[in-house]
Write a protein that binds this ligand. Structure first.
Ligand code: HSE
Length: 438
């Protein structure tokens, strides 16, 4: 059987892993795909690195466009990252009739609508399993395995770097900067960790999951994004005392009025399986109306776990290469003419529970003021703890957990707390997700 020819753009960590796994498991992969999958061209700006890795087994070049326009290439694997040159190369590949496999979540989340339109027009495929949660086959599961369901919500720990940092903060009582430095030393966090710690990487991924779960366009521009840099070890400890763990969650939920699309730290009950996902691991919890909760766990990054997803896409594309475009699985799970443009809800409309920590003056009436402000806004308190003031201090920490309420009500209550003379310093507000309990 004739091999299918692949052009690899970028042979760094994931590209190197893809090269190696494909070589190691060539026979098994061929038995699955029905024909050999062969990387015949590799483009990388570091030509020496590319040549060291592939030797004479493939053509190497530092001109990625020459691979994209090479008529001998059937599938382009884009592992460059970002939304600049990667977007140009992807669109050019699709327009010249090539399929594209990509691990680039920023590209799919930010430019996916344009890219899928180009693929649709050209009758080509774009596969992006590796863009979300690395080696976990979550795109396949949501798009195909759960096709019977009305998917109601998805909650994911989809950034390993931040999960590692939060785990270190809990297990070792570390501050955020110390845990971030540990993540950098161990190679989890990039030298510039902004995308990870600010929640942008997770927002790219939850944007993609929302699109395939609900059949909506990519709406990264409407996602609410809050990272973990402001998480204080005191809150990690208080959350633990109350039976919760703090996780950076990507959340998306379909409601009658629209779709919630948000990334932020959240308290998760320790008894929920998702709360036990520690270190750099990823997990995605999907709730469908027929199946109920399903949980997917695994490595969200790294050379071979991500290569596992890239190669699965290569096998899929190879199998479907000769099928009519209308007989292929649609990019966003729903037929392109049945995509619905549900609105993304603003955060003020989101309804969830809240953890609040206030520093209050240790004198009569302060707690009464606080509970009155909540009662006036119909916010019910689930739990309330006042800590004894430290020796010699006249301020004490009050921690409270609310029942479900609209975010705009909590915003108003926090503004009212801030105007109380007995409340000082920053009020800490962290959302609480019970993941199923309403
Ligand atoms: N930087 C990501 C993470 C991995 O920490 O999970 C790639 O998406």
């Amino acid at each position: 059987m004739n091999p299918i020819h692949v052009g690899l753009l970028g042979i760094g960590t994931v590209g190197g892993g893809t090269w190696q796994v494909l070589a190691r498991n060539q026979e098994e992969i061929t038995r699955r795909a029905g024909r050999p999958i062969r990387i015949t061209a590799v483009a990388d700006k570091n030509l020496t690195r590319a040549r060291e890795l592939v030797g004479h087994a493939a053509r190497t070049t530092d001109d990625a466009m020459s691979v994209v326009t090479d008529p001998g290439i059937d599938i382009v694997v884009e592992l460059i990252g970002g939304t600049g040159i990667a977007r140009e190369l992807t669109l050019a590949a699709l327009r010249t009739g090539k399929h594209v496999v990509t691990a680039n979540k920023a590209l799919i989340a930010s430019c996916g609508n344009e890219i899928f339109d180009a693929a649709q027009a050209a009758g080509t495929m774009v596969a992006f399993e590796a863009a979300v949660a690395g080696g976990i086959p979550i795109i396949k599961a949501v798009r195909e395995g759960l096709a019977a369901n009305r998917i109601e919500w998805i909650a994911g720990i989809i950034n390993g770097t931040t999960n590692f940092i939060l785990t270190e903060m809990r297990d070792r009582g570390m501050s955020f900067p110390a845990a971030l430095a540990a993540a950098q030393r161990l190679g989890y966090a990039e030298a510039d960790p902004t995308f990870d710690v600010e929640g942008i990487d997770a927002a790219h991924k939850i944007t993609i999951l929302a699109a395939i779960a609900f059949g909506i366009p990519m709406r990264f521009d409407r996602a609410y994004v809050e990272g973990i840099a402001a998480i204080d070890p005191a809150d990690v400890a208080y959350a633990g005392e109350m039976g919760y763990r703090i996780k950076l969650l990507g959340m998306t939920r379909r409601l009658a009025a629209g779709v919630e699309l948000r990334v932020h730290p959240a308290l998760v009950p320790a008894r929920r399986l998702l709360a036990s996902v520690d270190g750099a691991m990823n997990a995605v919890l999907v709730h469908g109306d027929a199946v109920g909760d399903t949980l997917y766990y695994g490595k969200g990054a790294g050379a071979e776990p991500t290569a596992s997803a890239v190669i699965a896409d290569l096998v899929d594309v190879t199998r479907m290469h000769t099928a009519d475009p209308e007989h292929r699985v649609p990019h966003l799970a729903f037929q392109p003419d049945r995509i619905s443009d549900l609105p993304i809800l603003p955060m003020s409309e989101v309804e969830t529970s809240y953890y609040l920590r206030l520093k209050i003056a240790d004198r009569p009436g302060t707690l009464a003021d606080i509970t009155r402000i909540l009662a006036e806004r119909n916010i019910s308190i689930d739990a309330l703890i006042q800590k004894e003031p430290p020796e010699g201090a006249d301020h004490a920490d009050v921690i409270l957990l609310t029942d479900r309420t609209r975010e705009r009500e909590i915003d108003a209550a926090m503004a009212a707390f801030e105007s109380l003379p007995s409340v000082s310093g920053r009020i800490v507000r962290i959302r609480v997700e019970h993941l199923g309990r309403s």
